[in-house]
Write a protein that binds this ligand. Structure first.
Ligand SMILES: [Zn+2]
Length: 144
């Protein structure tokens, strides 16, 4: 059965046994994993990164771009927005090919320097920002 929503679960590492309808998010490994929302039980891994997925959390979880399981038999294609699954038309073989070509092109570009801060420091920084506490040397928060 098709899922209409996913329950986000923040976890340090991704468990071996995944529950359907759950989106496991590991900031430590900068990735999220869920079972394909169509109910086919395919494990869908969505790493976070400039050339991968953008993860947004505002109390609900959104992932961009859409999840396209064009390599799987189900060919399901959906957006995860605010914990909800927005179903899109199934992916054609051609579109899968184009997407994987694009992926390859993106991944052959020189890697961007990553933050050298440890993961907990990045989360801490985000928490600080989330609470709008002006950081040292920063003239307040411009977003009100
Ligand atoms: Zn599926």
């Amino acid at each position: 059965m098709k899922n209409k929503s996913l329950v986000p679960v923040f976890t340090e590492s991704i468990p071996a046994d995944l529950e359907p309808g759950t989106l496991y998010i590991s900031m430590r490994y900068e990735t999220s994993v869920h079972l394909c929302a169509c109910g086919c039980h395919t494990k869908v891994v969505t790493p976070f990164g400039r050339h991968d997925w953008t993860f947004t959390f505002d109390g609900t979880v959104s992932l961009r771009p859409s999840i396209g399981n064009g390599q799987q038999a189900c060919r399901s294609h959906y957006n995860i927005r605010n914990d909800r699954i927005e179903w899109l038309p199934t992916i054609s073989k051609r579109a899968t090919q184009l997407a994987s070509d694009r992926d390859r092109a993106a991944h052959t570009q020189p890697p961007t320097p990553r933050s050298l801060k440890p993961w907990w420091r990045r989360i801490w920084d985000r928490v600080q920002r989330a609470f709008g506490r002006p950081r040292e040397g920063t003239p307040g928060c411009s977003k009100h």
